[in-house]
Ligand binder design. Structure first.
Ligand SMILES: [Fe+2]
Length: 420
């Protein structure tokens, strides 16, 4: 987790320009991780520093160790004691205009209420709900240039929580000019909407949805190669998976539903009855998959394949589109019963009729994008904003390569991913 301004202000969005050094207190660590994606909040305002949050996804998982431990994300609007055990850390300047520190430094700070911090004596009206202040009335202890993006963590109930991200401040350690931090407790939706399970060979996203109260969960589009990872996550989170469901019979990877049924007995596999594939449960347009107090409504969206389903969460706040609609794209229509006209009609009648604010999660992305909205795709999708005839013309002239795994994947997926 980091600050958006670190990446935007310097146009440093190229992943190759960054490395993550973790588990070391020295500025010259031995282990570093390359970056797969950088996400920054699209509402970030470089003048006010509002919404100053970014996420970096490493190319490989970081293994935890004695010196590398995870920190908890806070709960939505969780309150922390102002004089609690809160710490900032970083390699930034050790004083205003001073030198960068070669070793990681830390300092204890108090949280300062936004009501005080917004007063004319401090930062008059400049502290938005997405910000929080920390430091001391007489200054002296503060984060400084070079600490940006670093954490403000608080210990409470025996756990460390990341409460803030070093964002901005006037000078360093000046009286009545405390450090200003991004307030994570009000930006959790943005963070959670960017956490996805990814399978890098076929660039498949797998989605885990759960009711926090009943612990009942559903997994969408698991992949054979990452089934163990998904089963472990489900077990670690104390969830009870009811269904492992596919949006369609995939041609580019083998589904993990069969393996998950073995790893987590009791799991039911689900797929459209028009897919022609085996499963415990065959569903169709209008059917609902219940988990806890939520359900997914299945909408039939054929065109990429006959059996493509889009799963819409009961409050229509999010939908899982499979290959029917991708971010600024769509699934190909040149094999497996593909038909441009059918796909065009599916997207326009079943997906674009959802609220503009509805988040859309595709089965794949090949460029590191993770989520879009109905409004964005209605405006910006280069194919589906066209007329039906133009769309068909584009789709019929893509000249794509045959998916590498198609001859293995389709026969296996017709049988829940279990290979003969
Ligand atoms: Fe597909």
């Amino acid at each position: 987790m980091s600050a958006a301004h670190c990446f935007i202000l310097s146009s440093f969005l190229a992943v190759s320009r960054w490395k993550v050094h973790a588990g070391s207190a020295s500025l010259n660590p031995t282990v570093s991780h390359s970056i797969r994606s950088i996400y920054y909040n699209g509402l970030y305002n470089s003048e006010t520093n509002d919404y100053d949050v970014a996420l970096l996804k490493t190319s490989q998982p970081m293994g935890f160790s004695e010196t590398l431990r995870p920190v908890c994300l806070p709960r939505t609007r969780q309150q922390f004691q102002s004089t609690g055990n809160c710490w900032i850390s970083g390699w930034g300047h050790v004083s205003e205009g001073g030198q960068l520190s070669p070793v990681l430094r830390e300092a204890r700070v108090h949280l300062i209420s936004s009501q005080i911090c917004n007063q004319s004596t401090h930062y008059p009206g400049m502290i938005s709900p997405r910000m929080l202040c920390a430091g001391y009335p007489d200054g002296k202890v503060d984060s400084c240039q070079g600490d940006s993006g670093g954490p403000l963590v608080c210990q409470e109930d025996g756990l460390w929580w990341q409460v803030g991200i070093v964002s901005w401040g006037e000078g360093c350690g000046r009286p009545n000019r405390p450090g200003v931090y991004t307030n994570i407790t009000v930006l959790l939706d943005w963070v959670y909407h960017r956490l996805q399970l990814f399978e890098p060979v076929s660039c498949t996203y797998t989605y885990l949805l759960a009711d926090e109260r009943t612990k009942e969960a559903v997994l969408i589009d698991p992949v054979l190669e990452t089934a163990n990872r998904d089963a472990k996550l489900i077990t670690d989170l104390g969830l009870k998976i009811l269904y492992a469901t596919n949006t369609h019979c995939h041609a580019d990877h083998i589904t993990g539903t069969g393996m998950l049924k073995k790893l987590l007995p009791g799991t039911k596999s689900v797929i459209s009855k028009h897919s022609g594939a085996m499963a415990d449960l065959h569903i169709q347009d209008g059917d609902e998959i219940q988990f806890g107090n939520f359900f997914l409504e299945a909408r039939s969206t054929p065109g990429h394949t006959d059996g493509c389903l889009t799963y819409v969460l009961n409050d229509q706040s999010m939908a899982f589109t499979g290959d029917a609609l991708l971010i600024r794209g769509c699934g190909r229509t040149d094999f497996q019963q593909g038909c441009p006209k059918t796909l065009y009609h599916s997207v326009h009648s079943k997906i674009f009729t959802l609220p503009d604010s509805c988040f859309l999660y595709p089965a794949h992305d090949y460029t590191g994008q993770t989520v879009t909205t109905v409004g964005e795709e209605k405006r910006l999708n280069p194919r589906l904003t066209k007329s039906e005839a133009e769309f068909a013309n584009i789709m019929n002239n893509l000249n794509l390569k045959r998916p590498a795994q198609i001859d293995v994947a389709v026969p296996a997926n017709l049988k829940c991913g279990i290979q003969d």
